[in-house]
Design a protein around this ligand. Sequence first.
Ligand SMILES: NC(=O)c1ccc[n+]([C@@H]2O[C@H](COP(=O)([O-])OP(=O)(O)OC[C@H]3O[C@@H](n4cnc5c(N)ncnc54)[C@H](OP(=O)(O)O)[C@@H]3O)[C@@H](O)[C@H]2O)c1
Length: 211
Amino acid sequence: MDYALIWGATGGIGRAVLAGVRAAGLHPLAIARDPLPLEAEGYDAYAADVTRPHDVAAAALWAAQQSGGAVALWVYAVGAMSNGPLADTSTEALSAAIDVNLIGAHRAVHHSLPLIPAGGHLIFLGAYPDRIALPKLGAYAAGKAALDSYITVLAKELRDRTVTNLRLSAVDTPLWQRAPFRLPRGARQPHEVADTVLRVYRERTRGVVEA
Ligand SMILES: NC(=O)c1ccc[n+]([C@@H]2O[C@H](COP(=O)([O-])OP(=O)(O)OC[C@H]3O[C@@H](n4cnc5c(N)ncnc54)[C@H](OP(=O)(O)O)[C@@H]3O)[C@@H](O)[C@H]2O)c1
């Protein structure tokens, strides 16, 4: 059986991806800050805060034991929105936003890449950097823009795996509870994103995918 490793599995999109992956016949391994609700639903889950290096290393070790080192699909669905003008943002708050949105992704890659054999697929949930460069969204926008470049370079370096930057417009999830404005009309639903993730995986689509 093919394994799928989902980071941020309790989020709006992460949870939908988790369910979609299971329905598609893959064996999902869920990483979340609080894995208990997922375990109650029968998922194999492990606790990790991506801002804590030790947590991420331990989660990768757990995933290695579960999967035997054969993760076919890897999804980074962690993210945190910020809300406030840059002039009022402390360096600690900016650093925390970069930590969760960018460095956390790198921690996850760094520790779990050895579990993804040649032919495996890494999917990041990105944003449209130019569209989110908006007032009061600076810390999030900076983290996502940096992640966008990070994914571009990673894709060029990992030629034997498929790397996808799935750029999303608005999706109706709890992320928006911290947004400086309302969820736009016509926002997509998390299950639609999960369908796109699975399509991208099946079709082995690499590079930027605009969803
Ligand atoms: N929703 C949108 O409109 C939209 C648009 C473009 C891109 N995206 C991206 O899609 C991804 C998923 O977002 P979402 O919409 O599903 O948001 P969400 O519902 O708020 O989920 C965010 C996830 O990140 C997790 N998380 C936050 N900080 C963490 C930390 N320090 N360690 C571990 N996990 C942490 C949350 O964990 P808890 O469950 O414990 O809080 C949650 O599982 C994010 O990367 C987001 O930037 C979303």
